[in-house]
Design a protein around this ligand. Structure first.
Ligand code: NAD
Ligand code: ZN
Ligand code: ZN
Length: 395
């Protein structure tokens, strides 16, 4: 089959790879119809290279049609239309019982000291081949796949794999008080949806980015925006429009800022100097990222407020301004989305033909798999108005 594979920093290709096969009784194979490119893929594309092996298949935001199931898979059958959560969880362990699906103890990647396995996220997360491919092997398929109705286009449902549960959890964890205000940093797909969800729940939302099309899309959804390129000091701009205090909550939907950040430059230098995977331990020790967006969050949140970090951070030793955080009394929550926890909340919203979250305008590009190399470049550089890019094998 054809699949998007990693070959080096900013070098993804579409290659022939072996078709996936059922290996375990609780596996399923799906034929992928749509597969998102995510900001998390950009971290792999740019700074997390040392964790990848040449030929690793990328992608973790798929939906499609069940092709084949192992004998232990009962809730879906060949022909069903399904969305696949990006975390692979068993639904039966202690963590899954607590709905902490991103920490599933059955699929936990112990050798790397990481949580539940993920599709397409290198040896860091279990070396599970990814979903930007014609077919996908789904482990723990007795639990993971989510059935969706026939009829509406893929775009109505595909974001249940990651974007919507991630955005919903970001808002939930931001602990915005009734009548409160939240600042969303970053207006990629995750920030767009977090901002819309916070509005849908009745909060005042201020959002920050510097990409004109992204600011404009948020504005069209009734969100107040701050253009970070225009503001000398973003936290100050936010304080000025919130009576001097800052917002009750901040959602950090940027992450390591793979493109152009000081951390990315450092990682580039290290991986350039050191062959193969040998830079990985050093990158972990020094921290590949910096505090740009997180620093803004710490300054923009009011005293006693909450920061919900949804952007992915990869460094281990970034110095945090602990005095500032302690003195302001900031609550911090962060982590991977527990995708399945939010499906029952989200399903009525995506099956509603009125499209209350406006999911249908998020994708700017629906491209065949073969165009993945250009799609990655365009999404990373925020070119051609790209906001969400969907790869559609077979299209
Ligand atoms: P994206 O790259 O499209 O969006 C990031 C946005 O942040 C861009 O629009 C960029 O212009 C903006 N930005 C960069 N620096 C900024 C700054 N200092 N202030 C304000 N805006 C800034 O990516 P995405 O798909 O929306 O993903 C966003 C983040 O969420 C990524 O780090 C991704 O890895 C992470 N993510 C986390 C989870 C999870 O489970 N926690 C799931 C999916 C994605
Ligand atoms: Zn994703
Ligand atoms: Zn589990």
């Amino acid at each position: 089959m054809r699949a998007v594979t990693w070959h080096g920093k900013r070098d993804v290709r579409v290659d022939n790879v072996p078709d996936p096969k059922i290996k375990e009784p609780d596996d399923a194979i799906i034929r992928v119809t749509s597969s998102g490119i995510c900001g998390s893929d950009l971290h792999l594309y740019e700074v997390l290279g040392p964790f990848l092996g040449e030929g690793d298949v990328l992608g973790h935001e798929p939906m499609g049609i069940v092709e084949e199931t192992g004998p232990d898979v009962a809730h879906v059958k060949p022909g069903d239309r399904v969305v696949i959560p990006f975390n692979i969880s068993c639904g039966r362990c202690h963590m899954c019982d607590m709905q902490l699906f991103a920490q599933c103890e059955t699929t936990q990647v112990r050798e790397e000291g990481m949580g539940a396995a993920l599709f397409g996220y290198t040896k860091l997360y279990g070396q599970v081949p990814g979903a930007q491919a014609e077919y996908l092997r789904v482990p723990q398929a007795h639990f993971g796949p989510v059935k969706v109705p026939e009829g509406p286009p893929d775009e109505r449902f595909v974001y249940l794999s990651d974007v919507l549960p991630t955005a919903w959890q970001a808002v939930d964890w931001a602990d915005i008080p009734d009548g409160g205000t939240v600042t969303v940093l970053g207006l990629g797909p995750i920030g767009q949806m977090a901002a819309r969800i916070a509005r849908h729940l009745g909060h005042r939302v201020i959002a920050v980015d510097f990409v004109p099309e992204r600011l404009e899309l948020a504005r069209r959804h009734g969100i107040e925006v701050v253009d970070a390129d225009d503001a000398d000091d973003v936290p100050d701009a936010i304080r000025q429009i919130t009576g001097g205090r800052g917002t009750d909550s901040v959602i950090e939907a940027v992450g390591m800022e793979a493109h152009g950040s000081p951390g990315a430059k450092l990682a580039q230098t290290l991986t350039g100097l050191m062959p193969g995977n040998s830079a990985a331990p050093l990158m972990q020790r020094v921290g590949v990222d910096r505090l740009a967006a997180l620093g803004t969050a710490i300054e923009a949140v009011r005293r006693g407020g909450t920061i919900s970090i949804v952007g992915v951070y990869g460094g281990m030793t970034d110095p945090l301004p602990m005095l500032r955080m302690f003195d302001k009394g900031i609550a911090l929550r962060m982590g991977q989305a527990h995708v399945k926890k939010w499906i029952d909340t989200l399903m009525p919203l995506v099956t509603d033909d009125a499209d209350p979250l406006g999911v249908m305008d998020l994708a700017t590009h629906r491209w065949p798999l073969e165009k993945a190399p250009r799609a990655y470049e365009m999404f990373q550089k925020k070119q051609d108005g790209a906001i969400k890019v969907l790869l559609q094998p077979g299209a």
